[in-house]
Each structure stands twice: as structure tokens, then as C-alpha cells.
Design a protein around this ligand. Structure first.
Ligand code: ADP
Length: 454
């Protein structure tokens, strides 16, 4: 390149020297030099004009202008750059088309929005599932087209760890699962899946469990009723029937409890049991439950109950559901804590919300079981369930009640070292603070008002 450049310089100097020489031959060397410079300038301008015209219309196949010397090399270089650029453009376009074809072939809908939530691009499935129109909807904010409040809350909430499920706005018989990912500078990639089939299967499963439980309830009530009557008169029965009847009565009571729990769980799952949203006094509720727990403990005997309820003890929610969740936790503490153990029930509030902790000094749970404890019929120690007589649905009910109250269950436990179950409720569920502080703990046999013992 340097060699070429010095060649161009030498050529220009030679031309100027020749012009000066011709001028000198006529007695005007400076005028000759000036004429040479002017000629060179005119030629340079002509080349620059050619370049300008070519750059103004660089059509795909258009050749670069022909020239010689320095300008010839400049044109050739630019032509090569232009060709390379066109080839890259073609390659990128081909790749983009392929990508578009493949995303159009996807069964899942894919939508891209910019930082303002404006629709930038979407595939064919997204048009079908969400009813987006290619001609009219590009450039529109997505929230103008998907108006479901749940979608707005999900989109604006920016917490996309869990997907959102809703019915398609364009085809209400379709059930969709929407998952958003953030990329670039606050752009969003929205993946829409049609989960109608799964949703229907899940619905069928819930209906089946609920119908079977419902249908079994009446015959079981009749059987239990007769068995209880027979147990009452068991002294009049032959001795070999007595034990059989008592066992049958015990088992039918267990089955009744199981069916009650199954029905409650299916109501909680279907949202049938979503209703009430009243102010619940946690203090009164826990005291009532502790009374029942004391009765339950009375059978095996001797648990110490410590109840400590903080100042703000009002929560918005469904009292029956909360009673059922807290009872399950407190009764479990009784069932899984040997005689003489302690059970601490604490309600406190902080900047995050309200928290109910049920802590015991019982047998504890191996941490490997903790993530699965809220599954239906999951038991950390299956050999014990005959002893404790539980249905295996208690913690599943707790989980669903908490879900209905925007809460979460935290479980802390070590084998042999007791367990702590904490229900966390968000701040939005707390009601106005109560002026008095209430602390009570009741020992077995003492009145509920006694300090710190129940
Ligand atoms: P169950 O009717 O068997 O008690 P739950 O759903 O209430 O069913 O509890 C699930 C399992 O969790 C229990 O079987 C038991 O193994 C374990 N568990 C629950 N609460 C406690 C506790 N306080 N201490 C030890 N283990 C517990």
C-alpha cells in the first residue's frame, strides 16, 4: 500500500513537473505549473463526482465507476466492501427468514415487546392463540390487546419466576400458560403455550376426587352411625364381635375424616372455597384451637402450650380456612411431640407482613422430606401414620389455604430436634394495629387466660 501511495505521489509530481517544463519551454514555468494543478484538480473533481453519483445509487448489481490510478484503486476497494456488505446482508436475511419460518412452525406462540410494552414481532401461533392481527396490531401496547387484569398485573409485576395461566382472549375455550423473559434493555419475550388439555385433565381429576368423596360420604355416615350405636351397646354383643365392631368404628371415623379433608382440599383447589374476606382475630382463633389441641393432648397427655400473640393480630381472610390450616399445624405438633413436650404458637408482624409460627419439641423431620411434605399423602415416616391416625392431607390443606391468602409455608426441622412451621402472610393482608398486647400460655388443665400456659 505504502509502495503504491509513493508511486501515486511520484506520478502526480511527474505530471506537475512536465506541466512546469512545458510552461518553461514557452517562458511561463509558474503558469505551466498552475495549469497542471488546475487540470489535476478538474480530473479529481470529475472522479469525486462519479463516486458521489455511485454512492447515491448503490444498486445491488451496479458496478463501481471505472477509473485509473489512485481513484481506480479507491473505486475497486469500495466496490469490494460493497459486495461483501451485500453478501453479509443476504446471509443475515436468509438466516432471519429461516428463524421466522421455524418460529412460525412452532406450536407455542412467541411475542416480542419493547421496553414500553409495545408489540414488535410475533409468530403465527401467537396470532392464533392471542388473536393478534399482523396489519393493525404492530406498534400497539400489548396491554391494549390483552386486557385481562391478571395479565396486566403479571406483566407490570416483573416477577416472572412462575408462569401465568389464563383463558385466551380470542378463543375462550383455550387455556393458555404465559411465561415472560426479560432481555436486552427491558425488552420482553413472551412465550404462550396452549395447556387446554392438561387443564381439562386436571379439572377432571379434581371433579373425580370431589364426586367420589361426595358420593361416599352418605353411605359412610350411615355405616358410622350404625357402628357407633353398636359400640354403645357392645357390652351386650358376644365378646368376639366387640373388638371387631370397635375396630370397624375406628376405621370408619378415619375414613370420614379422610373424606372431609378430601372434600375441603378439592374445594380449596377449585377456588370454590375462595370467598370470605373478613377481619379475623388471630388471637381468639389461636386460643380456640389451643383449647381443642389441649383436649387432643389430654388423650395422650401432658403437652405444654405457649401462646404468644403480638399486638397486631388481625388478618383479612377466610376464618374457616385459617382455622383449618392452623388446626392442622397445631394438632400435628401435638401428634408428633411425645408426652411432656412443649408447643409454642407465636404470631408476630414485621415490615414483610404477619407470621404464625407453630414450633414443637417433638420428633422432628429429616430435611430430605421437607420439600415434599405438602404433597397429598406424603408422610415423612409412613410407619407412624397408624399411630397418629392422620389423613396425610393436613399440610396439603395448609398449603392451599396459604395460597388462597397470598401466603407461604416455611418448614424448619431436624430429626430429633423439633419442628417449626411458619405461615407467612403479606403486609396487604394485615389489618389496623390493636392497642393491647395479649400473651397467654396455658398448661394442661389450667384456664386459657392463665399466663403463658395452655
Ligand atoms: P398426617 O395426617 O400424616 O399428619 P400431614 O399432611 O398433616 O399428614 O403431615 C404430613 C407429614 O409431615 C406427616 O405424616 C409427618 O410425617 C410430617 N409432620 C407434619 N407435622 C409434623 C411435626 N410437627 N413434627 C414432625 N413431623 C411432622
Amino acid at each position: 500500500m505504502n509502495y503504491k501511495w509513493s508511486r501515486y505521489l511520484r506520478l502526480i509530481l511527474l505530471i506537475l513537473a512536465m506541466a512546469t517544463g512545458v510552461g518553461a519551454a514557452f517562458g511561463y514555468p509558474m503558469e505551466g505549473l498552475l495549469a497542471g494543478l488546475l487540470l489535476y484538480l478538474a480530473w479529481t473533481l470529475a472522479q469525486a463526482r462519479k463516486l458521489y453519483q455511485w454512492l447515491s445509487h448503490p444498486g445491488a448489481g451496479q458496478e463501481a465507476p471505472a477509473s485509473i490510478g489512485l481513484w481506480g484503486d479507491i473505486f475497486d476497494g469500495l466496490h469490494k466492501l460493497h459486495q461483501g456488505h451485500l453478501a453479509t446482508q443476504d446471509r443475515l436475511l436468509a438466516q432471519f427468514n429461516r428463524l421466522q419460518e421455524s418460529t412460525n412452525a412452532m406450536r407455542d406462540g412467541v411475542v416480542m415487546t419493547d421496553a414500553r410494552g409495545v408489540l414488535v414481532w410475533w409468530n403465527g401461533s401467537a396470532s392464533y392463540l392471542l388473536g393478534l392481527q399482523r396489519q393493525t396490531d404492530r406498534g400497539q401496547p400489548i396491554q391494549n390487546l390483552l386486557r385481562a387484569p391478571a395479565f396486566k398485573a403479571y406483566f407490570d409485576g416483573r416477577d416472572y419466576r412462575e408462569p401465568l395461566e389464563l383463558n385466551s382472549p380470542a378463543r375462550p375455550h383455550l387455556h393458555l400458560q404465559i411465561q415472560i423473559s426479560l432481555f436486552g434493555e427491558d425488552d420482553r419475550l413472551i412465550v404462550v403455550k396452549d395447556v387446554t388439555r392438561l387443564f381439562q385433565l386436571e379439572q377432571m381429576r379434581r371433579d373425580f376426587v370431589s364426586n367420589v368423596s361426595h358420593e361416599m360420604r352418605t353411605p359412610l355416615t350411615v355405616i358410622s352411625g350404625y357402628l357407633e350405636t353398636m359400640v354403645d351397646y357392645s357390652d351386650e354383643l358376644p365378646a368376639r364381635w366387640k373388638r371387631a365392631i370397635e375396630t370397624m368404628a375406628q376405621q370408619s371415623t378415619r375414613m370420614e375424616a379422610l373424606i372431609t379433608d378430601l372434600l375441603l382440599l378439592s374445594k380449596l383447589e377449585t377456588g370454590e372455597q375462595h370467598g370470605a374476606d373478613v377481619t379475623v382475630d388471630i388471637s381468639a382463633l389461636c386460643e380456640q384451637i389451643c383449647q381443642d389441641a389441649r383436649a387432643l393432648s389430654g388423650e395422650s397427655g401432658g403437652h405444654q402450650f405457649h401462646l404468644d400473640i403480638g399486638d397486631r393480630h388481625h388478618l383479612r381472610g377466610d376464618e374457616d380456612q385459617l382455622r383449618s390450616a392452623f388446626s392442622n399445624l397445631i394438632f400435628n405438633a401435638v401428634k408428633y411431640t411425645p408426652t411432656g413436650g412443649s408447643i409454642f404458637i407465636t404470631w408476630f408482624t414485621n415490615s414483610e407482613g404477619g407470621h404464625l409460627s407453630v414450633k414443637d419439641t417433638g420428633i422432628g423431620i429429616d430435611p430430605v422430606h421437607i420439600p415434599r411434605l405438602t404433597e397429598r399423602f406424603y408422610r415423612a415416616d409412613p410407619s407412624r401414620h397408624k399411630e397418629t391416625g392422620g389423613t396425610g392431607l393436613g399440610l396439603a390443606i395448609v398449603k392451599h389455604v396459604l395460597l388462597n391468602h397470598d401466603g407461604e409455608l416455611e418448614i424448619l426441622s431436624k430429626i430429633g430436634d423439633g419442628s417449626e412451621f411458619i405461615c407467612h402472610f403479606p403486609r396487604s393482608r394485615l389489618d389496623e394495629p390493636e392497642p393491647e398486647r395479649q400473651t397467654a400460655s396455658l398448661a394442661p388443665g389450667s384456664a386459657p387466660e392463665a399466663r403463658n400456659e395452655m
